[in-house]
Ligand binder design. Structure first.
Ligand SMILES: Nc1ncnc2c1ncn2[C@@H]1O[C@H](COP(=O)(O)OP(=O)(O)OP(=O)(O)O)[C@@H](O)[C@H]1O
Ligand SMILES: [Mg+2]
Length: 262
């Protein structure tokens, strides 16, 4: 953590406000969001459903243009999607008619060459899909398909990987395994990751910091640091202490969301 806190900010979000204008009313999705993320950091975002987590990722991805405030990556204002960012969604969004390998290389504008094939193989190996290059998404498990989506995102060498509930569709055991895999990939690629999750344990297991958002309009309620050595022990006392702290904060927000909707 000490080396991370000494590095400059990679991503800065300042006074972000996002309003969706609909036929009937304006929906204020985000308001007064301020967040700085350092190079190489793993940051998780948690919050109740509809609080604006996906919207925040979409703004950083450059998929939303009409917002107030400023969002910068490497001191450059974000106004559109770019190869410096990649997004991974809850569903893998692979093309069923392309092989795993072709899905991974899809979107790459690099000319076909031995160097490119070597890079594709590097990412196939990195996500543990060696031997499955020629099969189709329908012939692999959900975890394997999600790993292919991760490889596809990493192939473009993004500065920041944005993950929106990437493991949400997996069963509990595969999910735990994939958390280990995600941590390994994060370390090996030394990438910066920002992940939305509904799973508090997952956030503690993987993150340097956990951003807890308020109910909509989403703003940052609290940021919890996770100064535990890796790999983390989910059953350890220190892990549980942080879990209690995050749960307390999160439950307060979830309860008020519930009262608000009844
Ligand atoms: N394209 C859109 N048009 C209008 N309103 C939208 C649009 N996208 C999102 N919203 C609204 O903005 C708010 C935040 O949505 P968002 O998808 O960011 O929530 P979320 O925190 O990701 O929720 P979940 O945990 O359920 O995925 C919600 O009230 C949603 O209805
Ligand atoms: Mg969402």
């Amino acid at each position: 953590m000490s080396s991370i806190s000494a590095t400059p900010d990679k991503l800065t979000v300042s006074n972000l406000k996002k309003v969706f204008k609909t036929q009937n009313s304006d929906v204020v999705a985000l308001e007064g969001v301020n967040l700085n993320v350092k190079d190489g950091e793993f940051v998780s975002i948690i919050g109740t459903s509809g609080c604006g987590k996906t919207t925040l990722l979409r703004v950083v991805a450059g998929l939303e243009s009409d917002f107030e405030g400023e969002v910068s990556l490497n001191n450059k204002k974000i106004t559109a999607p770019g190869t410096d960012r990649a997004v991974i969604f809850q569903d893998h969004r692979l093309f069923p008619w392309f092989s795993i390998e072709d899905n991974i290389s899809f979107g790459s504008t690099e000319k076909n060459s031995a160097k490119k094939r070597e890079r594709i193989q590097h990412y196939v190996d990195l996500v543990g899909l060696k031997g499955f290059e020629k099969v189709y998404p329908g012939q692999v498990s959900g975890g394997m398909a999600q790993r292919a989506a991760i490889a596809r995102a990493l192939l473009g060498k993004p500065d920041v990987l944005l993950l929106d509930e990437p493991l949400g569709a997996l069963d509990a055991l595969t999910r735990m395994y994939m958390q280990n895999e995600l941590e390994r990939i994060w370390k090996e690629e030394a990438s910066t990751m920002i992940m939305v999750t509904h799973d508090i344990e997952e956030a503690i297991y993987l993150s340097d910091r956990i951003v807890i958002m308020s109910n909509r309009p989403g703003t940052i309620k609290r940021i919890v640091e996770v100064p535990l050595a890796r790999p983390r022990d989910r059953a350890s006392y220190d892990f549980t202490v942080i879990k209690e702290e995050v749960l307390k904060e999160f439950n307060l927000e979830a309860q008020s969301a519930f009262y608000y909707t009844i």
